[in-house]
Design a protein around this ligand. Structure first.
Ligand code: PNS
Length: 168
C-alpha cells in the first residue's frame, strides 16, 4: 500500500526551511502532498495561484512530491488523498504550543491520522515566512533564505509597491 503524507501550510512564501522539511518528508513516504491552505482569514502577500506556481516550479525535481490546494478541515483533506500522516516542521520551542494544539485537535477529529514533526536543519531554525516578508519589504536581502523564484517574486512585489507609493 502506498504511504502518503500531507505537508500543509500557508507557504506565503515558500522558504528554504520549508524546502528542507519537504526533502526530509519525501524521503520517508511514497508520496508527499504539499497542500496550500486557501480561504484563510490571514491577508496573504501572494495569491494561492502564485504560491502553487512557485511550489510546482521549485519541487519539479522531486518525483514523489505533489502540490495541491485545500480548504476546510485538514484531516478531511488528508483522508481524501488517502493520507495517513501530517508532516509539520518544528523550529524552536516557540513553535511547540501551537503545533501541539493543532496536532491534538487533528487527532481528536481523526484518530487514524498521525502528525509527524520534523526538525529543519539548524541553519533554518530562525527562518519564517513572516520575517522573510518583513526583510524583503524593508529592502534587505533574502538571498539564500528562499528559492530563487520566490526571491524574484518578492522583489517584483515590493518594487511595484514602492513605485505605487512614490506616485502618490
Ligand atoms: O503554515 P501555517 O500557516 O502555519 O499552516 C497552518 C495550517 C494550514 C496547517 C492550519 O491552519 C490548518 O490546518 N488549517 C486548516 C483548518 C483546520 O483543519 N483546522 C482545525 C485543526 S487545527
Amino acid at each position: 500500500m502506498k504511504r502518503v503524507a500531507v505537508y500543509p501550510g500557508s507557504f506565503d512564501p515558500l522558504t528554504n526551511g520549508h524546502l528542507d522539511i519537504i526533502g526530509r518528508g519525501a524521503a520517508l513516504f511514497d508520496e508527499l502532498v504539499v497542500a496550500v491552505l486557501q480561504n484563510t482569514d490571514k491577508e496573504p502577500l501572494f495569491t494561492v495561484e502564485e504560491r502553487l506556481r512557485v511550489l510546482r516550479e521549485v519541487l519539479r525535481p522531486l518525483p514523489n512530491v505533489r502540490v495541491d490546494r485545500f480548504e476546510g478541515l485538514l484531516v478531511d483533506y488528508v483522508r481524501s488523498v488517502g493520507g495517513r500522516a501530517i508532516v509539520r516542521g518544528l523550529r524552536a520551542i516557540s513553535d511547540f504550543e501551537y503545533e501541539f494544539q493543532m496536532a491534538l485537535m487533528n487527532r481528536h477529529l481523526c484518530e487514524d491520522v498521525e502528525t509527524l514533526f520534523l526538525m529543519a536543519a539548524e541553519a533554518y531554525s530562525y527562518l519564517s515566512s513572516r520575517l522573510v516578508k518583513e526583510v524583503a519589504k524593508l529592502g534587505g536581502s533574502v538571498h539564500g533564505l528562499v528559492p530563487p523564484p520566490v526571491e524574484k517574486l518578492l522583489a517584483e512585489r515590493y518594487r511595484s509597491a514602492a513605485a505605487r507609493k512614490s506616485k502618490r
